[in-house]
Write a protein that binds this ligand. Structure first.
Ligand SMILES: O=C(O)CCC(=O)C(=O)O
Length: 278
């Protein structure tokens, strides 16, 4: 199968699309093969090792400040944004039609990258995420923003798998507390009571940026390794200038109908020009 082709080669079923519309999330199994997931996992852990060897600041941290409201004790999380600039394996992963063709059934034919984020939740003390919507981090006019979490190893319950509040996307933007990251009240929305979504290596978990989600502590003996890809319809405009990042605006599928960046070497996207001027 050629990946450079106008053909749409992968689709979600009608049931999957309706499930996503009703619940605000979807678990798509086997998007990538086990072998591919193993290769990508090795790339992720290699990348982490390079960062730790170089003592890169921020790679290792205690999780969001608000994680302390979910669990006691010292917690740890490894993370890295925009991994496609650090390993070509991830550049290929985010434009793979097995991935993007299915996302197109939810966003539309044109898919634009917002950012990517690798998380490695280390064994035994992998930090949790309190329940939250992603909306407060980067609100957009048409709410097309979707996160897809690509699982590079198995994420059973004990590894602190992702959890969601099904149907919460229909509530619109919810009130968040803004300490140690934007998050919902941990009393009103305890992460332990949300629907757990254990996943296998190669599975992709998709949810709207309005779907409340979080995850528990990794209490297992193995790391939980994921790459989150945040994507939008290119015609959906940001309402704030926050959360800009390298690579934002890259087309993963289709084209940008409003592209006006010009042809020169300084062809910054319209988002960057609106933010920083010409
Ligand atoms: O990977 C997880 O466990 C949750 C990540 C998350 O909630 C986020 O990045 O917004």
């Amino acid at each position: 199968m050629s990946v450079i082709s106008p053909d749409k080669t992968h689709s979600l079923t009608r049931e999957q699309i309706e499930f996503y519309q009703d619940n605000g999330y979807l678990h798509v199994a086997n998007v990538f093969t086990e072998e591919e997931a193993t290769f990508l996992r090795d790339e992720a852990h290699g990348l982490l090792k390079r960062h730790l060897d170089a003592d890169s600041s921020g790679t290792s941290f205690g999780g969001w400040g608000s994680a302390k409201k979910v669990a006691d004790g010292p917690m740890k999380l490894f993370h890295c944004h925009n991994v496609q600039f650090q390993s070509s394996a991830f550049a290929r992963m985010i434009v793979d039609p097995r991935f993007t063709d299915r996302i197109a059934d939810l966003i539309g034919p044109n898919i634009q990258l917002h950012h990517t984020k690798m998380f490695i939740k280390p064994p035994e003390q992998g930090a949790p995420f309190p329940m939250h919507q992603d909306y407060p981090y980067f609100p957009h006019e048409n709410d097309t923003m979707i996160a897809a979490i690509v699982h590079l190893d198995d994420a059973p319950l004990e590894k602190g798998c992702v959890r969601v509040a099904p149907g919460s996307h229909k509530l619109g933007p919810m009130d968040h507390l803004h300490e140690g990251g934007h998050h919902l009240s941990t009393d009103e929305y305890p992460v332990a009571e949300a629907t757990a979504l254990p996943a296998k290596a190669g599975d992709v978990l998709v949810f709207s940026y309005l779907t409340a989600h979080g995850s528990g502590v990794n209490v297992s003996g193995d790391s939980r390794t994921t790459v989150l890809v945040q994507m939008r319809d290119p015609a959906d405009r940001p309402m704030t200038n926050g959360h800009l990042s390298r690579g934002q605006g890259m087309m993963l599928r289709g084209f940008d109908p409003e592209a006006d960046a010009g042809t020169g070497v300084g062809s910054e996207s319209r988002y960057l020009r609106e933010t920083y001027g010409d």
